[in-house]
Design a protein around this ligand. Structure first.
Ligand code: PMP
Length: 360
């Protein structure tokens, strides 16, 4: 009505610039094989489950301010100091803080492309200019281009390693070369690094311009509880903590985060299983005519056989209650991204894929 229109037009139009609202699709129930958002479907180790239940007894209290115990536990687990750590509701919250803290309208930000599309939305919401820099051949990091091209005056440069949605991995030595030579902040998103051969966290002690983001959503199977961390120079971390909501996390997130940190070794089998299934599914898909990127994450990006595109395959799989992701990015129209779940889930995915392929 007229009053609503008048109120809406008096508000900032920033949110309208993005496709901010998700679709109204209901969440698929447990009968679906959900392989579209890179969750880790294995049951939580019992000790961790118990810590979540125990935390419910503290539900009437506000959570600890500044996430101190959790940050301290993370600092100890990762061998850094507490003032080098920020904790958040997943790494998405921390990514949001980075954009709000360091970008003003008109500023430029650069992301390695194809990359995690949430970044595009965050840049838009700041009114910033979003620059996408393509990886070189064999997914190499175009260091010279990042130092001398249009990205050189970006406020920060984002790189996910392993990358999403490709799963490709850049050697940490190359990232170090970029961080050492650049006078910009490099945001290294290591959401999937526990499935990869090495990580860059130790570099924060040598370079003040590196911010490393981690999440417990993928490798530690608690996507629904929302636990993530940022690691960097105390000055950078301090600026992010300054603009963070008070009591941002809840008591269950604190308890589960602490418990995961204490029991990381209990996930060794989980990670081994995912690496093993990743290899098995890659081979099986290749035999079916898909062209699959080597992946160091808990998902595979697969180019579908010629004839159909990614969306066609997504719909065909959905008819068999299997969910995979597709992307609008240029060059990815013919791809699907499939998360690596349990052996049973991957059997179901491969069997549906064979069936569809045989009936095209
Ligand atoms: N970074 C990357 C590269 C991701 O793929 C994701 C999840 N899709 C995130 C960050 C955010 O994860 P969360 O908020 O669950 O920590």
């Amino acid at each position: 009505d007229a009053k609503l229109q008048s109120v809406l037009s008096s508000l900032s139009q920033m949110a309208r610039q993005s496709d901010a609202l998700p679709s109204d699709r209901p969440a698929p129930d447990a009968s679906w094989v959900k392989l579209n958002t890179n969750e880790n479907p294995f049951p939580l180790p019992t000790m961790i489950m118990k810590s979540a239940i125990a935390a419910l007894e503290r539900q009437y209290l506000y959570p600890e301010e500044d996430n101190i115990s959790l940050r301290e536990a993370a600092a100890n687990a990762y061998g850094v100091s507490i003032d080098q750590v920020i904790a958040g509701n997943g790494s998405s919250e921390l990514l949001g803080l980075v954009y709000r803290a360091f970008l003003a309208a008109g500023d430029r930000v650069a992301m390695m492309s194809p990359g995690f599309s949430f970044n595009r939305k965050l840049a838009m919401l700041q009114g910033a200019q979003f620059l996408e820099i393509e990886f070189g051949e064999d997914h190499s990091l175009p260091i010279e281009q990042l130092l001398l091209g249009p990205a050189k005056d970006a406020k920060f440069i984002l790189l996910a390693n392993p990358n999403n949605p490709t799963g490709a991995f850049v050697p940490v030595a190359d990232i170090e070369r970029l961080v050492a030579k650049s006078d910009r902040l490099i945001v290294l998103d290591e959401a999937y690094v526990d499935f990869a051969p090495e990580n860059g966290l130790h570099l924060i002690n040598r370079y003040p311009n590196l911010l490393v983001l981690r999440t417990f959503s993928k490798s530690y199977a608690v996507a629904g509880i929302r636990v993530g961390f940022g690691f960097g120079h105390p000055e950078i971390i301090g600026r992010l903590r300054n603009i963070q909501n008070v009591f941002n996390m809840n008591v269950i997130g604190h308890a589960v985060g602490m418990s995961v940190l204490a029991h990381r070794a209990a996930y060794a089998d989980n990670h081994r299983h995912i690496r093993h299934q990743r290899q098995r599914v890659r081979l099986a898909l290749s035999q079916l005519g898909f062209s699959v990127m080597p992946s160091h994450a808990n998902f595979l990006l697969a180019r579908v056989p010629t004839g159909q595109d990614g969306s066609w395959w997504q719909s065909a799989l959905a008819r068999q209650k299997i969910l995979v992701a597709v992307f609008a990015d240029k060059g990815l129209e013919n791809c699907i991204r499939v998360s690596i779940g349990t052996k049973e889930q991957m059997d179901a995915f491969l069997s549906a894929t064979k069936d569809i392929n045989a009936n095209i």
